[in-house]
Design a protein around this ligand. Sequence first.
Ligand SMILES: Cc1cc2nc3c(=O)[nH]c(=O)nc-3n(C[C@H](O)[C@H](O)[C@H](O)COP(=O)(O)OP(=O)(O)OC[C@H]3O[C@@H](n4cnc5c(N)ncnc54)[C@H](O)[C@@H]3O)c2cc1C
Length: 394
Amino acid sequence: MAAQQSSDIVIVGGGIVGSALAYFLLSFDDRKKVTVVERNLSGFEGSTGYAPPGFVGQFNESEVLTRLAIDSVGEYLKVPGGFDHVGGLEVATSAAGLENLKWRLETAKDRGLEAELISAEKAADMAPDLVKDDNVSALYFPSDGTANPPTIASFFRSEARARGAEIIQAEVTEISRSDGRVNGAMTSSGFINAQTVILATGIWARNLCNFDIPFPIIPVAHPYMYGERHETKPYKSPFVRYPEHHVYARDHGSFFGLGSYDHRPLPETPKTSAHGSWVKDFDKTLDRALKLIPGKTNLVPKEKFNGIFSMTPDNMPLVGEIPGTEGLYIAAAVWVTHAAGSAKFLSQMIKGEPIDATVQKALDPSRFMGRDIGSLERESLHCYNSIYSTYEGS
Ligand SMILES: Cc1cc2nc3c(=O)[nH]c(=O)nc-3n(C[C@H](O)[C@H](O)[C@H](O)COP(=O)(O)OP(=O)(O)OC[C@H]3O[C@@H](n4cnc5c(N)ncnc54)[C@H](O)[C@@H]3O)c2cc1C
């Protein structure tokens, strides 16, 4: 790359969100020059590369997130190998859990999502390796499924490249601004002039956000494990969640996976990867979670890891324009579940196309303005244990 170049739009970060942004910004006959700057193009070292659960649960207490998830699934289905319609099961283990499922059933139906309350026996039949038959009930979402985030991000990248996007490997070190507007990005390979810059830097979002408003995008540790390999079963289990226990499990084909939010929230300071060090206490977390799995499955950790993703004080992403600097945008704390829908929404905003005001307000990056960052960080961490009440990813 030359020491100085120019682009109409620079996207910082080439995970699923940055790649989807390039794809949607260049859809149809758009002839803008779009450059994605990603510091490591040899793989996906951000959360996109360490999200093997890949669950896309479309129903969410937030109607905005439900819509973004439905939109995302529509896009992922166009990606070869990108999405598997295995369905999602939420298992209740108590009467209170069942009441919650009933509410979710009615609200999901109101939003046009197919859902069915099924017996504990039927749930155990659908996922015999992951669900015991002595639970109370379960809620089944047939249109949910599992996404393959690296496959989807690679698809968006190569489609964007085919439409003219330049995708370069470099580290962005600073966002350049003058007279209230952005004018480019300084990278490890030189300066790129641009009138529009989008930060899609995931758990590293705050590194470049030294602006005058708070950005409570808090990276946190999360345990996930794989069991031993087994003969591939003649059936594929739906993705299973135990909301009251903050636990989920998935069928990876020739092995099972399991993760849990049932531990003290742990903030992380990520280095250059979303793969963190294993936390000793996570062993106890996994032991507790494994008690929900039928004994005959003999699920024991063969491999376990700590994957890092972002939390926010309201469990909603930050997607939109950063106030005070014209032309500067952010799309961060976006789950795979909402990535394509969020990227499409932001690309419409940037192109000046009509956008939904409700979505804009809900995702507005300036919604925490005037708040103290310390308490926002605490609220974000607090949300980790209530992910199942507001966020319906894995
Ligand atoms: C263990 C685990 C399980 C998960 N399970 C699910 C799930 O089941 N369902 C779901 O919906 N979501 C899940 N997620 C969350 C999901 O993976 C993330 O929300 C999503 O991948 C974020 O995508 P992104 O593109 O914003 O970020 P990333 O994938 O992190 O991409 C950001 C990119 O920016 C680059 N970058 C950062 N700073 C710079 C810089 N200064 N210069 C150049 N490049 C830079 C990084 O290298 C990185 O590639 C999970 C995450 C983890 C870790």
